[in-house]
Design a protein around this ligand. Structure first.
Ligand code: BGC
Length: 746
């Protein structure tokens, strides 16, 4: 299915000599140990998943792992977040004991999921979830958030982050939609690369940087059923058009590791697919870092995917496919199986050496051989400074998308009376989402640590709350409000005050986040209708959710709708500021907001997926389009000019000059997006595709000319031969309401 790979020769690590010297001195057991990654639970006091509290390392178990089994990596957080002091003591103990191990000294590589800030660190700032960051369309913001995350993670002594998710979210039902940068491959590529450069910096061996992990290679984010870890069917052309570009951008940004998709792609579990993990990733894309499996995925080749009869066979398949390190994570089965396979020659030494080479390359690139971990706290003077707190608030503010604002009901006057109803009023978890202090982010015990002030408290800073109406308790994943209609709600006393209704989706991720429908339940709708009927004042809906829940049945009841895909711990305060006009919203939808349960079509759809007037059939009627988002100011797009170099060479770029005017009274951040459409092509062209974007700030009453540039090569597509092709012909270039035609004639 993959065309003759470019067959790039294997790239030597800059640390080649040291790595070879280490490899020469290592025993087979040490090499197999390097390829093993264990869960922290395995070396902690207590039983796996039932650790004793407070958490403590079990020295005997740690000695078994590091001295006898020669384990090269540990991950995770033992169920919940810890203080900075505890993380540092865990890391010191690990490094002390690994230093005392007999044989070749190789530092341990500790990994964690710090996906929206150092979310497993009590002192860590909880930034917006990646999808909420993507609403900023601002690579610089994403990079700075990643730098701060790296900084706080590194301060805990952890040098490896399992982030960013580079899956392109093409199915809104998917439980990990909020972990992505949205549905568009170009946007995901730009923001993903920015995130990686924030984590790793120019030099990942600096004490404040961490290694990034591109995940999940490949095709995880487009499950056919919408359920997590279920099969994806992606034609090789679409794979190259939609799914590969972010990983290619990540490799160019220098990402040091990749995590494998837990699911199957076109019938083959990716963990057992050498075409994906070796031919494509290594030979064609030239990836040099380490490939780590996802959680327990070797075992799942036997128990779930059923492509191997025994664990040993599954181990052989995965290692031969290209897995360098197994996130085992709870026992030594992988280590035992791989030892036996290497001794019998079923896994050749060459393959083991190759995997260990890559692991050592990452350890050297992080400077682990030369560093002490954790680094002294004197390296981390920025930990609790204003710089980070300002960034925290800036990122939360940028996550808000104003979907509608009928009659400009927003902003409200400062000090006005409000009625507040809904979920997430006094719990922080909906604002922070999953991967917050715990995996699912909903354990109240751990979820309140530095998790932000409640919405009630935040609104009281600027408004007078005349009534709060909590939603009845929500139940499982995906539930928003759950109707036990309050009996007296129709007698609401303060019918004239603006009504603010908050729908916060209960956080969840992975399998626990699978849901059956995107629509609100009939009970939820009835509860909201009842509330709205009892209020005569302006009605404002606040959505804080994992994925786009269909709101068509209540949309028209509201004058204004604001959305954030989980803004983090500064979320409530940023909303309160936004409601009274402390700043103007600037977030844009990084995905298509569907209007109908069975019309889940992305913005870059084909011409057949839109209006056919003859047959009155319209398959593309989203509630709100990709890129949509209003501000309190109106921005007028005054002119669009195409500046083409002549003669045009394929290596040139098309320059687009746009003039904008801010006709309102707020300073406005406006994201200029350039969409390009190919009029005729040998593969049916999409209606349009995003090819450039730039956020700019325009002061009230002023105008601005902005240039953007689009390499001609990016106007092409993946042709029948699976290669990038640029065919001559006419293209439309669309910016805001303006459109120009342009002819590509080489
Ligand atoms: C998830 C990964 C995550 C890993 C380690 C898995 O279940 O799919 O994204 O990095 O766990 O926590």
């Amino acid at each position: 299915m993959i065309p003759a790979a470019a067959q790039k020769t294997y790239i030597k690590s800059p640390h080649h000599r040291e790595i070879l010297a280490t490899l020469r001195s290592m025993t087979l057991k040490e090499k197999v140990g390097q390829m093993t990654q264990l869960n922290l639970d395995v070396v902690s006091v207590g039983e796996i998943y039932q650790l004793k509290e407070p958490h403590a390392i079990d020295t005997a178990k740690l000695i078994e792992a590091l001295h006898n089994r020669k384990v090269g990596s540990i991950l995770n957080c033992g169920g919940h977040a810890y203080s900075l002091a505890h993380w540092r003591s865990i890391q010191s103990t690990i490094h002390l004991i690994s230093r005392q191990a007999p044989g070749t000294y190789i530092p341990l590589l500790y990994g964690i999921d710090a996906i929206h800030g150092a979310n497993y660190l009590h002192e860590g700032l909880l930034f917006p979830q990646p999808l909420a960051q993507a609403a900023s369309f601002d690579p610089s913001l994403v990079r700075r958030v990643a730098m701060a995350t790296a900084y706080q993670t590194a301060a805990s002594g952890i040098p490896w982050n399992f982030s960013p998710v580079l899956d392109v979210a093409r199915h809104p039902l998917w439980s990990r939609f909020f972990e992505t940068y949205g549905e568009d491959p170009y946007l995901v590529s730009e923001l993903g690369a920015a995130c990686i450069s924030g984590y790793q910096g120019q030099d990942p061996s600096r004490p404040t940087q961490v290694a990034a992990t591109m995940k999940h290679f490949l095709g995880y984010g487009m499950p056919h059923s919408g359920k997590d870890r279920t099969p994806t069917y992606i034609h090789p052309r679409q794979l190259r058009e939609w799914i590969l570009p972010p990983f290619m951008a990540g490799i160019r940004a220098g990402a040091l590791s990749v995590m494998v998709n837990s699911g199957e792609l076109n019938g083959i579990p990716v963990h057992a697919d050498p075409e994906i993990l070796t031919d494509l990733l290594r030979k064609e894309m030239g990836f040099q870092g380490l490939v780590v499996s996802d959680w327990e995925d070797i075992e799942k080749l036997v128990s779930v995917h059923r492509v191997a009869e025994t664990y040993k066979e599954a181990t052989r398949m995965a290692v031969m496919a290209g897995v360098d390190m197994a996130m085992v994570p709870n026992d030594y089965r992988f280590t035992d199986a791989l030892m036996a396979l290497a001794e019998s020659g079923e896994v050749p030494m060459k393959r083991i050496d190759e995997a260990v080479y890559r692991i050592l390359h990452v350890k050297h690139s992080l400077g682990l051989f030369k560093r002490q971990l954790p680094e002294p706290m004197s390296q981390f003077t920025l930990m609790q400074t204003d710089t980070f707190h300002k960034l925290h608030m800036e990122s939360a503010r940028s996550s808000w998308i104003l979907l509608k604002n009928r009659n400009r009901v927003l902003p409200l006057s400062k000090g006005s009376a409000l009625v507040l109803a809904g979920q997430a009023l006094d719990e922080p978890f909906c604002w922070n989402g999953a991967w917050t202090r715990t995996w699912q982010g909903i354990d109240p015990k751990w979820d309140t640590i530095n998790a932000g002030i409640s919405l009630i408290e935040a609104l009281q800073e600027h408004f007078q709350l005349v009534r709060t109406i909590p939603a009845p308790q929500s139940s499982g994943a995906g539930s928003m409000v759950n109707a036990n209609t309050p009996s007296n709600q129709s007698q609401t006393a303060v019918v004239q005050a603006p009504l603010v209704v908050v729908l916060g989706e209960k956080p969840s991720t992975e399998k626990p986040g699978d849901i059956q429908q995107l629509s609100l339940s009939a009970d939820e709708v009835a509860w909201i209708r009842g509330l709205c009927a009892a209020h005569l004042g302006p009605k404002i809906l606040i959505l804080v959710q994992n994925r786009p829940r269909i709101i068509s049945s209540i949309d028209t009841l509201f004058d204004a709708i604001l959305l954030s895909n989980q803004p983090g711990a500064a979320g409530t305060r940023s909303l309160s500021d936004l409601l009274h006009g402390g700043f103007s919203p600037s977030g844009r939808l990084p995905y298509t907001y569907p209007a109908h349960e069975h019309s889940l079509i992305t913005y870059d759809h084909k011409h057949t997926e839109r209006l056919h007037t003859d047959f009155s059939m319209n398959a593309f009627q989203p509630a709100y389009p990709f890129g949509h988002g209003l501000g309190y100011s109106s921005i007028r797009y005054e002119s669009l000019e195409l500046l083409k170099p002549l003669p045009a060479m394929e290596s040139d770029s098309l320059r687009v000059r746009v003039r904008l005017r801010n006709e309102g009274s707020f300073t406005q951040k406006e994201t200029i997006m350039v969409f390009v459409g190919d009029s005729v092509a040998s593969i049916t062209p999409p209606v349009k595709r995003l090819r450039a974007f730039k956020p700019v700030e325009i002061k009230a009453g002023t105008s601005l000319a902005v240039d953007l540039s689009i390499p001609f090569s990016s106007l092409g597509f993946v042709g029948r031969d699976l290669r990038q092709t640029l065919e001559p012909g006419w293209f439309s270039v669309q910016v805001g309401p303006l459109m120009e035609q342009w002819q590509w004639k080489p």
